[in-house]
Design a protein around this ligand. Sequence first.
Ligand SMILES: *[C@@H]1O[C@H](CO)[C@@H](O)[C@H](O)[C@H]1NC(C)=O
Ligand SMILES: *[C@@H]1O[C@H](CO)[C@@H](O)[C@H](O)[C@H]1NC(C)=O
Ligand SMILES: *[C@@H]1O[C@H](CO)[C@@H](O)[C@H](O)[C@H]1NC(C)=O
Ligand SMILES: *[C@@H]1O[C@H](CO)[C@@H](O)[C@H](O)[C@H]1NC(C)=O
Ligand SMILES: *[C@@H]1O[C@H](CO)[C@@H](O)[C@H](O)[C@H]1NC(C)=O
Ligand SMILES: *[C@@H]1O[C@H](CO)[C@@H](O)[C@H](O)[C@H]1NC(C)=O
Ligand SMILES: *[C@@H]1O[C@H](CO)[C@@H](O)[C@H](O)[C@H]1NC(C)=O
Ligand SMILES: *[C@@H]1O[C@H](CO)[C@@H](O)[C@H](O)[C@H]1NC(C)=O
Length: 433
Amino acid sequence: MTRRAEFELGFFVVLQFMFLLSLCSAEKPEEFLPQISPDTSPQPFLPFIAPSPMVPYINSSIPKLSGLCSLNFTASESLIQTTSHNCWTVFAPLLANVMCCPQLDATLTIILGKASKETGLLALNRTQSKHCLSDIEQILAGKGASSQLWRICSIHSWNLTSSSCPVINVDEFETTVDTSKLLLACEKVDPVKECCEQACQNAILDAATNLTLKASETLADNSDRINDCKNIVHRWLATKLEPSRAKETLRRLANCKINKVCPLVFPHMRHIGGNCSNELSNQTGCCRAMESYVSHLQKQTLITNLQALDCATSLGTKLQKLNITKNIFSVCHISLKDFSLQVGNQESGCLLPSLPSDAIFDKDSGISFTCDLNDNIPAPWPSSSLSSASTCKKPVRIPALPAAASSQPGLYNEGVTRLVIFVLSVVLGMLLS
Ligand SMILES: *[C@@H]1O[C@H](CO)[C@@H](O)[C@H](O)[C@H]1NC(C)=O
Ligand SMILES: *[C@@H]1O[C@H](CO)[C@@H](O)[C@H](O)[C@H]1NC(C)=O
Ligand SMILES: *[C@@H]1O[C@H](CO)[C@@H](O)[C@H](O)[C@H]1NC(C)=O
Ligand SMILES: *[C@@H]1O[C@H](CO)[C@@H](O)[C@H](O)[C@H]1NC(C)=O
Ligand SMILES: *[C@@H]1O[C@H](CO)[C@@H](O)[C@H](O)[C@H]1NC(C)=O
Ligand SMILES: *[C@@H]1O[C@H](CO)[C@@H](O)[C@H](O)[C@H]1NC(C)=O
Ligand SMILES: *[C@@H]1O[C@H](CO)[C@@H](O)[C@H](O)[C@H]1NC(C)=O
Ligand SMILES: *[C@@H]1O[C@H](CO)[C@@H](O)[C@H](O)[C@H]1NC(C)=O
């Protein structure tokens, strides 16, 4: 690797972050925030950019490994590769919650599970965990992932240890837990049914509870310990499933959790309260305030369609607390895609499918991921009966992955026009020219 290449990579990363920061800076949001008013065409948040070759930059940095980590990373090469794509430098913060961190978690879980076949232990000790986390960060960064994953995904070396779970020995695990019951519940996890029925999640909780009880008679104040034991159960499960099945299962379990909450931060609503009183005397003023408010949500992160539904419920509930009972989502034409990052030259929010597929690297076009620009579903105004809408009782039907009623695999992609976005390469193209 030449010095020049390293410099260029560094420069390229810095530029990317500047690019991102300029988009995300909160100081003067009006300058670059997309407008969602129906009569003005919005500025894209993530521009469409022509693909250009980026191969030379992929492995410009050689990971500096500690040599002190006993994990066999080679054996999980393809998982690590996929993780580096899902956590690609500039995208990592935007995809953290939905694609990057769940994939990183699954990868670590599977690698630790594999290691237990050699060591008989489902966790690393403190010393090992530090070396191994540092090594995997180096390896991922060398493949193009963000070097800030520890921060973006709140991963610490102690996440690779037993933390507070009293059982990490495989033999002890298998005598403490009803393993056949656990496997039966988790060997086949349906992406939709699991989120409602929680068969596997309940079995994991049950197993984690039994492990926790090894250390204390009572479960009071033991929720942290149960959580740590859940990680141990995940690692054990990963050893019993085919690697690809293990990844699929872990991602599906993570997805149930992800889709339950809106990850957006809601700023103060003072302008809406003042402009959107119930009489709605000035509809233009109200909708202008709404649009401006929603535009602040649109610069935060990529979200799934089910998360957008959660966000609409959260926002609607907040508005109702301001005594706004009229459905101003409908009055102001707020749709689900208005809650997500905006892409392209059209008025389009990029909503990820509720089960986002992995990002794909292509040597000619760069990193791409799929989002659905076609969902034009009006944001539902929460009714009091739906105030605790769960994933199982979503008030509207979403094409990319509808509610539990249609859990047949064939329906997942029904009616969805997919659009693949190539974003990064241009920055490179500009640098190279
Ligand atoms: C990147 O790695 C691949 C295979 O590991 C190698 O063929 C290629 O030459 C490397 N690229 C650079 C720029 O070193
Ligand atoms: C690591 O795993 C790979 C692939 O499974 C295998 O070929 C290699 O021998 C392993 N390395 C060590 C040190 O066990
Ligand atoms: C930690 O684990 C490694 C490898 O399993 C071992 O070589 C080392 O002695 C352990 N350190 C401690 C303090 O137990
Ligand atoms: C790592 O451990 C901390 C503290 O126990 C926890 O809050 C965090 O969720 C863990 N992260 C992952 C990815 O498991
Ligand atoms: C946990 O322990 C209870 C009571 O001993 C037992 O009925 C249950 O099957 C165990 N569950 C698992 C998953 O080990
Ligand atoms: C109405 O919204 C605008 C911004 O769109 C804001 O400047 C103004 O203060 C708001 N009016 C009231 C009464 O809150
Ligand atoms: C309604 O509000 C808009 C924007 O705040 C303002 O320009 C317009 O004059 C208002 N119209 C009336 C009738 O108050
Ligand atoms: C909403 O209306 C209720 C009853 O009219 C009143 O008590 C409350 O203070 C109002 N809340 C807000 C935020 O205006």
